[in-house]
Design a protein around this ligand. Structure first.
Ligand SMILES: [Zn+2]
Length: 100
C-alpha cells in the first residue's frame, strides 16, 4: 500500500514517501511505516478483530450511499459505526502504542 504523500521524519528530518506495512500480533494488527533513511517506525493505526469487522461493515454500508437514498435509520447506523470505530481506534492506540 502506497501513501502518496511525503512526510517528514521527526528523528532525522528527512522527507520520504511512506510505504505502509502490516504487522500482526495475534488478533491485533498494526499498520506502520518506517523512515527510509533512519528506519524510525511510525504507527498509523492499530486494529483488533472486532474493530476490523466494524470497519468492514461501515464500508459496506457507506458504499450503499452511492446513488441510493437511504433511510434515516441506516444513516444513523452509519454515523454511529463511524463514531464507534474512531473511538475504538483511539483506545487501541493508547493501549498498544508507547509513543515518545
Ligand atoms: Zn528518519
Amino acid at each position: 500500500m502506497k501513501v502518496n504523500k511525503k512526510c517528514r521524519c521527526d528523528k532525522c528530518g528527512c522527507a520520504f514517501v511512506p510505504e505502509a506495512k502490516i504487522l500482526r500480533e495475534g488478533e491485533i494488527e498494526y499498520t506502520y511505516f518506517n523512515c527510509d533513511y533512519c528506519g524510525k517506525a511510525y504507527i498509523v493505526s492499530v486494529t483488533d478483530a472486532e474493530l476490523r469487522r466494524s470497519i468492514r461493515k461501515y464500508r459496506t454500508l457507506s458504499e450503499k450511499l452511492n446513488g441510493k437514498p437511504l433511510s434515516e435509520q441506516t444513516l444513523r447506523e452509519i454515523a454511529e459505526l463511524k463514531d464507534g470505530n474512531t473511538k475504538r481506534a483511539a483506545q487501541l492506540r493508547r493501549m498498544y502504542i508507547r509513543e515518545g
